[in-house]
Design a protein around this ligand. Structure first.
Ligand code: UT7
Length: 329
């Protein structure tokens, strides 16, 4: 049995923060942010947590397919910004949506969370263990951003994307394959210093601003360019795909230069690359489902389109998924 995405939706906060917002109090400029990252603006959630962004996206996702909350048998939340350490955000989403017949859990793989959890959801359906999995990729990055650190504050945004995973009605379409990697040697370059079991929150950790994203941008950049391009090419070679065969590259949106390096190595025409980093910044687990949802809504995704989904993030974690779209326009 093959599994596929049968419905997709996204939700982003209304409040837009252009690059000029940071110019007012940080030593930065629209010019620097835009040329180094491709970001023009991002959205931040003023009130509430990650589950509050998932709920509207999930409701739209289920409604589009005519699926009732009690039909969902598993809910997976991909996030690095859960509502709380525990209970899981999946449990909170289960309650808020009334998914009374579901079990579920969170997956933490930073910017690769959506690829890791899509693979997991697909396996649950393919094995026959589940019929309808609600997969949610969401992050409220503004809750862990240091607004005094120009090196990271300008990069991230908040948002959510949800997909329904069910058995495919066509064995030639849906999720075909994934190649996923994790390498803990990446920890020093992208992490949060305190708040976990190694260094619990204390007055000192708060004073030292250790509850925010720490990133050594250059090291992550180099690893991301290599990791995303290598794994995307590996997937193309494994399935004998040429650039002409691929309808869309669906890349994690961390930096336009990383995306371009990946599509160049794949020899893809830039018109075949999904890019919305200019509007949303890096929404971590939400970038890929937001892209899929936006492109689907705009009628730019067609049944039979061959997609390569590709990501790189903290851990390090990275990977690619080969997916044949099989929803109607
Ligand atoms: O999604 C999770 C994975 N994360 C990523 O994939 C992110 C990977 N890294 C990147 O995207 C890039 O490294 C950044 C966008 C974070 C930074 O771009 P960069 O071209 O690597 O810049 P840099 O860190 O080498 O900094 C260059 C200069 C530095 O100044 P000096 O030392 O040359 O005087 C920085 O202090 O730019 C300075 N700088 C800024 N200047 C204005 C750093 N941030 C800013 C800023 N505004 N916001």
């Amino acid at each position: 049995m093959r599994a596929t995405i049968t419905s997709i939706a996204h939700w982003v906060p209304e409040d837009v923060y252009p690059n000029s917002f940071f110019e007012k109090y940080l030593d930065t400029s629209h010019e620097w942010i835009f040329t180094r990252t491709g970001i023009s603006e991002r959205r931040f959630l003023k009130e509430g947590g990650t589950s509050d962004m998932i709920v509207p996206a999930a409701k739209e996702c289920m409604a589009k397919r005519g699926v009732k909350p009690e039909e969902i048998d598993c809910v997976i939340v991909a996030t690095v910004t859960p509502d709380h350490f525990f209970p899981s955000t999946a449990a909170i989403v289960q309650r808020k949506l009334g998914l009374k017949n579901a079990w579920g859990y969170d997956i933490s793989a930073a910017c690769s969370s959506f690829l890791f959890s899509l693979t997991t959801a697909v396996k649950l359906v393919e094995s026959g263990a589940c019929k309808k999995v609600l997969l949610c990729g969401a992050d409220k990055m503004s809750s862990i951003m240091d607004f005094q650190d120009r090196a990271t504050a300008v990069l991230f945004g908040d948002g959510a994307g949800c997909a329904l995973i069910e058995a495919s009605n066509d064995e030639s379409m849906g999720f075909i394959d994934s190649i996923l990697h994790i390498d803990g040697e990446g920890e020093p370059y992208l992490h949060m210093k305190a708040g976990g079991s190694v260094k619990p929150a204390s007055e000192e950790t708060v004073r030292n601003r250790e509850h925010y994203i720490f990133q050594d941008g250059q090291n992550v950049f180099k690893a991301a360019v290599k990791g995303m391009a290598d794994v995307s090419l590996e997937m193309m070679e494994k399935h004998n795909l040429t650039a002409d065969d691929i309808a869309w590259l669906v890349p994690h949106q961390a930096n336009l230069r990383i995306i371009s390096a990946t599509s160049d190595r794949m020899r893809l025409d830039p018109s075949k690359v999904m890019i919305n980093i200019d509007k949303y910044g890096n929404t971590t687990a939400a970038t890929i489902p937001i892209c899929l949802s936006e492109w689907h809504k705009a009628g730019k995704l067609h049944k039979g389109d061959k997609l390569i989904l590709s990501s790189f993030g903290a851990g390090y974690t990275w990977g690619a998924i080969y997916f044949v779209w099989n929803m109607n326009d």
